[in-house]
Design a protein around this ligand. Structure first.
Ligand code: CO
Length: 134
C-alpha cells in the first residue's frame, strides 16, 4: 500500500539555527523558510535526492507542533510521510486491519496541497505516519 517516502519531518526550536546546521555541517541543500499559517508551521525543505527532510518550527499560538516541542525542547523527529495512490482506499484498508486514523478520519489538505491522513503512533512502534495522496 505505501509508496515512496515523501518526507521526514523534524521539529526544531530555532529554524534559523537548525537550517544553518543542516547546510553548513551536513552540506545539505536547504530552501528558504516558508511560513504556512494555515498549518501553524514555518518550514524549510531539504532535498535529500531520494526524499525530503522538512524542518518545522511552530508558527502562531495554536501550532500543532507546539506540544511536541514542550515535551521535547531539543526538537526531534516528528513524523514520516509515505505516498499512497488512493488515500481513501488506503484509509479503509488500514481501518479494516485495526489501525487507528487520527482526527475524524477524513483526509485534510496538507502542506503540499494534497489530501493527507495521520495514523496513530501507538499502532506503528511509536512513529507518527502521514499518508499523502500521490
Ligand atoms: Co508531513
Amino acid at each position: 500500500m505505501i509508496g515512496r517516502l515523501n518526507h521526514i519531518a523534524i521539529v526544531v526550536a530555532d529554524l534559523d539555527e537548525a537550517t544553518a546546521r543542516w547546510r553548513d555541517v551536513l552540506g545539505a541543500e536547504v530552501s528558504q523558510p516558508q511560513a504556512l499559517p494555515d498549518h501553524g508551521v514555518t518550514v524549510v525543505f531539504i532535498d535529500s535526492g531520494n526524499s525530503k527532510i522538512e524542518l518545522l518550527e511552530p508558527l502562531g499560538d495554536d501550532s500543532p507542533i507546539a506540544k511536541y516541542l514542550e515535551r521535547n525542547p531539543d526538537g526531534g523527529m516528528h513524523h514520516m510521510c509515505f505516498e499512497v495512490d488512493d488515500i481513501l482506499a488506503a484509509r479503509d484498508q488500514l481501518l479494516a486491519e485495526g489501525a487507528r486514523v487520527l482526527g475524524d478520519g477524513e483526509p485534510k489538505i496538507g502542506a503540499h496541497n494534497k489530501p493527507v491522513l495521520f495514523l496513530h503512533p501507538k499502532d506503528f512502534n511509536g512513529t507518527l505516519i502521514e499518508l499523502e495522496q500521490a
